[in-house]
Design a protein around this ligand. Structure first.
Ligand code: CP
Length: 318
């Protein structure tokens, strides 16, 4: 994968996963996101770094945050953005994914932002391109959501700098979560040692598998949050569950919902994150989601800067 993602001089070629991405590249992207935030005056002032470039958003799954923020990020850097309408495209006539990509490449574009329910689709596209366009993974199945991982790390780093001392809890539907995998990948790369995963047994992956190999697995959320610095709550991904994986939402909330009482067990000032969309009062209580410790909307705002950084890194020298 590294040969696919990185050039010989360690520049990003595509962004498919954060797994194995060198720390220097991750830190460069986070520093760049900070610079984007500053130089664009928090988004109020457009930049022209990518004037003349074209980006195509190809979202085969629904999205509010990722699609809109890629659109805004590209526009704020001066690029032209096409939001490809899958439902009104020749995909519905049976045109294959790769024929669609090659057709769009023939019209010239510099980047494809791809979300797909099948893990591995962005990588397949990147391996079959006929141009030098970049592929950015906007979430593929349960595999990876690299820009979410970057924006989460960026949001956390703006609040707490000492990553090796951080205790971070990730709670919810870890089995199906591409966000959990990308968050673990990037937080490990940045030096976080204490990563605690909490989920019902049916929503936990194998403890020794892939990204989660070095994490601790804690079955009780009360235990998991004790003394922690950050809690990342995850959405129950019913669209990826084959059958009712949890008995009821009320039961799930009682055991795994983040409430003020549970949050009080964490360190004072512990921050609360969620990639969204939220199932209120299923994963997280209203007063926690909207409370003073919640960074949920800050994550959304930072998503634009993180994606500006990735787009600039990928496209400015092409
Ligand atoms: N966090 C996230 O990927 O949200 P969307 O599905 O709205 O893009």
């Amino acid at each position: 994968m590294q040969n696919l993602q990185l050039t010989a001089d360690v520049r990003l070629r595509h962004l498919i996963t954060l797994a194995g991405l060198p720390r220097a590249v991750v830190e460069r992207l986070l520093d760049r996101a900070e610079a984007m935030r500053r130089d664009s005056d928090g988004g109020a002032r457009p930049l022209d770094l990518l004037a003349g470039r074209t980006l195509i958003n190809l979202f085969f799954e629904p999205s509010t945050r990722t699609r809109t923020s890629f659109d805004l990020a590209a526009q704020r850097l001066g690029a032209l953005v096409i939001n490809f309408d899958i439902e009104r495209s020749s995909t519905v006539k049976g045109e294959s994914l790769l024929d669609t990509i090659h057709t769009l490449e023939a019209m010239h574009c510099d980047a494809f932002v791809v979300r797909h329910k099948e893990s591995g689709t962005p990588e397949t596209i990147a391996r079959n391109l006929r141009s030098d366009a970049a592929v950015l993974n906007a979430g593929d199945g349960s595999h990876a959501h690299p820009t979410q991982g970057l924006l989460d790390a960026f949001t956390l780093r703006r609040r707490i700098e000492d990553f090796p001392r951080l205790s971070v809890v990730i709670c919810g539907d870890i089995l199906h979560s591409r966000v959990a995998r990308s968050d673990v990948d990037v937080l490990r790369t940045l030096g976080v040692r204490d990563l605690r995963l909490c989920a019902p047994p049916e929503l936990l992956p194998e403890s020794n598998s892939g990204a989660f190999a070095q994490c601790s697995f804690v079955s009780s959320l009360d235990e998991a949050v004790a003394g922690c610095d950050a809690v990342i709550m995850l959405r129950l991904q019913k669209e990826r569950m084959e059958a009712a994986a949890i008995p009821s939402e009320a039961d799930y909330f009682a055991r795994y919902g983040l409430t003020r009482a549970r949050l009080a067990r964490a360190k004072p000032g512990c921050v609360v994150m969620h990639p969204g969309p939220i199932n209120r009062n299923v994963e997280i209580a209203d007063d926690v989601a909207d409370g003073a410790q919640s960074l949920i909307l800050e994550q959304v705002a930072n998503g634009v800067f993180a994606r500006m950084a990735v787009l600039a890194e990928l496209l400015e020298r092409r």
